[in-house]
Design a protein around this ligand. Structure first.
Ligand code: DP6
Length: 349
């Protein structure tokens, strides 16, 4: 027999960024962060986990290619889930797995991303969130989403935020064991559904400096990151929560853009400096800033993760249509830019 579970998890885009760890192995951050979860139809990971007595080892395929499972992060997530496994019974199929059996049974895992892997579109976030969620379902883990988020966090920090839809906050927590470093939902996907996300895939190439090593170098060498984590982010978190609650787009846009820019400033303050954005990214910022200044209030927010792709959040469908028109005019795919496509998605799960 084979027992399997399939789950789909969207990626999330931080509007107040996580950058820097206080504990590398447990993945505990130096500040809280807030994100928006995308619509799963656009950027998501689909994972199928299966178990059978005929499997002689754990194996995993990513986008159809077998990958090694020796990574510490994967093993840690698996260990945490296995430790919480319960009995599973499927009478129709005549399957009975006890809590003890899970220690000796092997898994086959197959995962697909419908977007470029490791190109700064938070593929590890959707990937680990989906892995932890599907394993938890397969093994009948009784923990709630908050507790599962603390496990997904140990796969990749930003993954903890992908377990919820809508707007999500990752609370940094205080405990040394990371038990209070979990994600909570601030508002569900219906709360602010006028917003539309437009992503300019400026480059689908793999980024040069991974988030993990980039943030380690920043914490080791940047002075600015201390100021950011202690003085700037705590205030912004409060303001961002307020802006989301009140659907206050001008404050939301101001905070999201400022936080993205400060995150890239701390990357430049790192030694040697890290450049995630490229010329096209900078020109897109210029274009959005100019448009926002020409209107009574901001129409579009932008944010960039550890890569050159621009994530833009339009305040309404009408604005999203105008934004796309402008982008296609100034940044046509495959012209002088190395920009190759646009992804349009509603926010939310
Ligand atoms: C810039 O979650 O990929 O996207 O915890 O080392 O796996 P690890 O890093 P990761 O970092 C994401 C950084 C970011 C900002 C964010 O998503 O908050």
């Amino acid at each position: 027999w084979v027992l399997l579970v399939t789950a789909q998890t969207p990626t999330n885009i931080a509007v107040i960024k996580y950058w820097g760890k206080r504990d590398e192995s447990l993945i505990l951050p130096i500040n809280d962060s807030i994100s928006v979860t995308l619509d799963p139809a656009h950027l998501c990971t689909t994972t199928t986990v299966s178990v059978s007595p005929s499997f002689d080892q754990d194996r995993m395929w990513l986008n159809g290619k077998e990958i090694s499972l020796s990574g510490g992060r994967f093993q840690r997530c698996l260990k945490e889930i296995r430790a919480r496994a319960s009995d599973v019974e499927d009478e129709k199929k005549g399957i009975k797995i006890t809590k003890k059996d899970w220690e000796n049974l092997h898994l086959h895992i197959s995962s697909y991303n419908n977007f470029p892997t490791a190109a700064g579109l938070a593929s590890s976030a959707a990937g680990f969130a989906c892995l932890v969620f599907s394993l938890a379902k397969l093994m009948n883990v009784k923990e709630d989403l908050g507790q599962l988020s603390a496990i997904a966090r140990q796969g990749s920090g930003s993954a903890c935020r992908s377990l919820y839809g809508g707007f999500v906050k990752w609370i940094m927590g205080k405990n040394d064991d990371g038990s209070d470093s979990i994600a909570v939902q601030l508002a569900d996907e219906k709360h602010w559904d006028e917003l539309v996300i437009v992503i300019a895939v400026v480059s689908s190439r793999q980024k040069e400096t991974s988030s993990t090593s980039g943030m380690r170098e920043t914490v080791e060498t940047s002075m600015l990151i201390k100021h950011r984590a202690k003085e700037v982010v705590p205030k912004r978190i409060v303001e961002m929560e307020e802006a989301i609650k009140n659907r206050d787009f001008p404050s939301f846009a101001h905070l999201a853009c400022a936080d993205s820019n400060q995150f890239h400033a701390v990357c430049m303050d790192t030694s040697p400096p890290i450049f995630y954005m490229n010329d096209t990214s900078h020109r897109i910022i210029g274009c959005v800033e100019k448009w926002n200044r020409s209107e009574e209030s901001p129409q579009v927010a932008y944010t960039f993760d550890a890569g050159p792709n621009a994530v833009m959040i339009a305040r309404s469908r009408k604005v999203a249509a105008l934004l796309l028109q402008r982008l296609l005019f100034h940044f046509p795919p495959n012209a002088d830019t190395d920009l190759n496509s646009y992804v349009i998605g509603d926010k939310s799960i």
